[in-house]
Every structure is written in C-alpha cells, then in structure tokens.
Design a protein around this ligand. Structure first.
Ligand code: PAF
Length: 294
C-alpha cells in the first residue's frame, strides 16, 4: 500500500491508475478505523480494481462545540488495518494541505439537512459536501463507499453527486454491528462501562419501532421510542424520527422507503443509529397517515 500526503502526488497517481483502465473504489474516512470502515474497504476491493482510502479529520464539518480536537486518531494503527483490508493507496493529507487558506468557495447543502443530525449540527453537511467535492476531484473514483449508519450523509452525498454530475456511483453499505446490536462507531470508545451495557437498547428500539409502526402512526411511534430509550438508558434522547428516505421529510404513503432514526447523547459520546425500511404506511380517505397491518 502506498501512503500519500500531498494532493499533487495523489492526483498524479490516480490519473496513472485511470490511464491503465482500472476502476477506482474510494472509501473516505476520518480515521480511527473500525470494522465498519474495514468492511467498506473490503466491499470496495470486491467491486473495483484499485482501492483508495483517505484519512482526514475535516475541521469544516465540526461545530465550535464539537469534538474536533478530541476526535480519536491513531494513524499507525490505521495504516496497518487499511493495508490488511486491501487498500492500495492511503491518502492522509494534513489540514494545511487540504485547506492552505480559508476556502474561497464552499458547498452549501439546501435539502435533506433540516432534520435528524443536520438540524442541530448547523453547517456540518456543508463541511462534508465541501471536503468530498475536493476528495472526489483528487481521487477520481468510479465508486465511493459509505456506511448507512450515517444515512443522512449518504442522502446528502447522493444529492451532491446528482446535482454536480460527478461520474461516481455512491454505494451505501449496511451498518456493521457489535454482537449485541450496537452500531460500530469510532465514538463507542467514549462510553462508560454502564453506558456501553445499555447501548444495545438503541438498536432494540429501532426493531420495536418497526413493530409499533404496524399499529400506530409515525408520531406515536417516535414517542414510544423516546419512552423506551429513556427507560432503558441514562442517555439523553436528542431525536427519534420516522421520515421518508432519502428526502427526510414527514412520511407520505407514496414514499418508497422510510428511515427510522435516533440520536442519544451519553456523557462523552453522542450515538446515532437507524434502519431503512420499505414504506409500511398507507393513507385512508381522510388523508390521515395510518399504517398497514402486516
Ligand atoms: O463519514 C465520515 O467519516 C466523514 O463525514 C467523511 C465522509 C470522511 C467526510 O469527512
């Protein structure tokens, strides 16, 4: 695996790879790789001739009170893991390389952000879209692989690629979970022992919500999820939502897919999780949203 730190060298290498006719799979990350990332690299390996992984903790997507300085970093360990998983090149620029100056232009996301994490993380998805625009131009991938744990991010990135006509296929990959169902995340290391024991209830609540949606509307389902999480964890529930996917709007009967999503803040970590399901809602004559019974 080659390690590249400059944009010039990375772009040059990737153009060479393209010239040989190989397809490029790209896994953008912020490092501190876990099994979720490794499964994205493995999937990229299966679906492309050459795999590029980037590690860059992007300051543009962190708010002033978020964990940019505290975000876990371990580049030596990451190099080993990325290589073992099958990466051919690891691009790990520093902040000065990516942003030598205050950017003249940044990308602003207009839809799919006024819900879930985007609602409280103002500017976060602008930062994600900006850094990915740069990375896509540097790496020149045919396909880019993202974990569906960050389903809102996948919806935004799909919008970016569609609206700006990037010739890139976005591949959303299933969330990797611990044995008890907790979604794998770099931030899980910040859970206390007690919080870690309770954290499987996040995934449990998503399973229960799918059942509740058969008997009650999305609003009631959200309330039941909040109650369940408050009863079973010490965390503070930030949101429990049932929305259309990928638009992230209040669900309508014509939507093909729904997302059930949650965010819970523990003492030192904010955890998110979701499931994307086929729409189970039907509308009755009154226009009221109800549920089909399965
Ligand atoms: O999901 C992440 O780790 C980041 O948001 C990404 C896509 C690497 C952009 O910085």
């Amino acid at each position: 695996m080659i390690i590249v730190k400059t944009i010039k060298e990375m772009q040059h290498n990737m153009k060479e790879v393209k010239r040989t006719g190989k397809t490029i799979g790209f896994v953008p990350t912020m490092g501190y790789l876990h099994e979720g990332h490794l499964s994205l690299i493995e999937r990229a390996k299966q679906e492309s001739d050459f795999v590029a992984v980037s590690i860059f903790v992007n300051p543009l997507q962190f708010g002033p009170n978020e964990d940019f300085d505290r975000y876990p970093r371990n580049i030596e360990r990451d190099k080993k893991l990325a290589e073992e998983a099958g990466a051919d090149v690891l691009f790990c620029p520093d902040t000065k390389e990516m942003y030598p100056d205050k950017p003249v232009v940044t990308v602003s996301v207009n839809r799919r952000t006024d819900a879930l994490c985007g609602k409280s993380r103002i500017g976060h998805f602008d930062g994600v879209a900006t850094v990915l625009t740069k990375l896509f131009h540097i790496v020149l991938p045919d396909k880019a692989f993202f974990g569906l744990k960050d389903a809102q991010q996948v919806a935004v990135v799909q919008g970016l690629v569609d609206d700006f006509n990037f010739p890139i296929e976005i591949v959303g990959c299933e969330t990797k979970r611990e044995a008890d169902g907790l979604a794998k995340s770099s931030r899980n290391v910040y859970l206390t022992e007690e919080e870690r024991k309770q954290a499987h209830h996040l995934y449990q609540s998503l399973g229960k919500a799918q059942g509740w949606l058969s008997d009650c509307d999305s609003g009631e389902t959200e309330q039941k999820m909040i109650k369940y999480l408050e009863e079973h964890t010490v965390g503070t529930v930030e949101y429990c939502k049932v929305l259309s996917y990928p638009e992230l709007l209040p669900p309508e009967k014509d939507d093909e897919k729904l997302i059930i999503a949650l965010s819970v803040r523990f003492s030192k970590a904010r955890l998110i999780d979701n499931v994307i399901i086929d729409n189970v809602l039907v509308k009755q004559g009154s226009g009221e949203e109800t549920c089909s019974v399965h």
